[in-house]
Design a protein around this ligand. Structure first.
Ligand code: XMP
Length: 317
């Protein structure tokens, strides 16, 4: 039986015994890195240096929300605007693994710069068990290289600190609740490290990121509203994906040629396997109308993904 209280006490003790210098952590605002930051803040206080890299690939209003949340937790957070760097680095890149590698590398470069500035000796990460299992850390083949795993310690000459690496999502959420982290954070659905870049299939452009960001916001709002109204249970994860194709549609009497959005909603406990959610048709209808109305000249078709994992994965890339 997993006991959050025992886990926290032991973690803090272990972190205090291990760490004897400045420790840098990249915070995304997600539950994994937030729990890691709070544990470290409790264990080592001022020796913890939190940075938030604004990749431009985050969800709507997310950078502002993350800054506010850290302020409320009383943990200093340095925000680094790297939007231009990420979009430029992804120019002309189509292949999903290549995208992930490029994003990971750029993160490392930004870390390196910041780590040098604070003379960091350790790098902390909110890696969970499924992250390293799926990145080929055990017996399984590499399914996707999750960007927060692999290659960091050798290249950076920093010691890696991963206090939640043996936990699964449901366990890290329980730890968050125990630590007094706001409910919006630990009940927030998971979000991939490479962000919206892996929800724009194929080449990433600023325009496509804006489209998928807006579509994700609509999917989130509508499903959360439907769940609040008792029309359905809130799925484990729910978002939009932008297809790398255009299709023909019609606006009034005019032919339209626009992008296709796929809505994805899954039920899962740990992300290792997942079933597609049975979202009521009226809710899907509303999502479709809102997406095509909000982005009339850009999106003219919305589809729903009815694939479970396996054989699909949750994200499309
Ligand atoms: P997949 O798509 O592999 O996703 O079925 C399983 C869960 O992991 C999330 N995911 C990531 N999380 N870094 C992360 O921290 C990543 O690179 C990454 N890729 C996928 C995904 O959103 C789902 O919850």
């Amino acid at each position: 039986m997993f006991e959050p209280e025992k886990f926290v006490d032991e973690s803090i003790k272990q972190l205090q015994e291990t760490i004897d210098g400045p420790t840098i952590i990249a915070c995304s605002g997600g539950v994994d890195s937030t729990v890691t930051a709070v544990l470290l803040h409790k264990a080592i206080g001022k020796n913890l240096k939190c940075i938030f890299v604004d990749t431009g690939m985050m969800r709507k209003n997310e950078p502002e929300q993350v800054s506010k949340m850290f302020e409320s937790l009383g943990i200093p957070l340095k925000v680094i605007d790297a939007k231009r760097d990420f979009i430029d680095a992804l120019h002309d890149v189509v292949e999903p693994e290549k995208k992930r590698k490029i994003i990971g590398e750029l993160f490392i470069r930004i870390f390196e710069k910041e780590a040098k500035k604070v003379k960091a000796k350790y790098l902390a990460q909110g890696t969970l068990a499924p992250d390293w299992i799926e990145s080929g850390g055990q017996l399984r083949d590499t399914i996707k290289s999750h960007h927060n795993v692999g290659g960091l310690p050798e290249r950076m000459n920093l010691k890696l600190i991963e206090p939640v690496r043996d936990l699964y999502k449901d366990e890290v959420r329980r730890v968050a609740e125990y630590l007094g982290i706001p409910k919006e954070v630990y009940s927030k659905q998971p979000f991939p490290g490479p962000g919206l870049a892996v929800r724009v299939l194929g080449e990433v452009t600023e325009e496509k990121i804006e489209i998928v960001r807006e579509a994700c916001a609509i999917v989130e709002e509508e499903l959360e509203k439907a769940a609040e109204e008792g029309k359905m249970k809130l799925p484990w994860q729910y978002f939009a994906v932008l297809m790398p194709i255009k299709s023909v549609g019609v606006h009034g009497d005019t032919r339209a040629y626009g992008y296709v959005i796929s809505v994805r909603a899954v039920d899962s406990t740990d992300g290792m396997t997942a079933d597609y959610s049975h979202v009521p048709h009226e809710v899907l209808h509303k999502i479709s109308i809102r997406i095509t109305n909000t982005m009339k000249d850009k999106v003219n078709r919305v589809v729903y993904d009815i694939t479970s994992k396996p054989p699909g994965t949750i994200e499309w890339e």
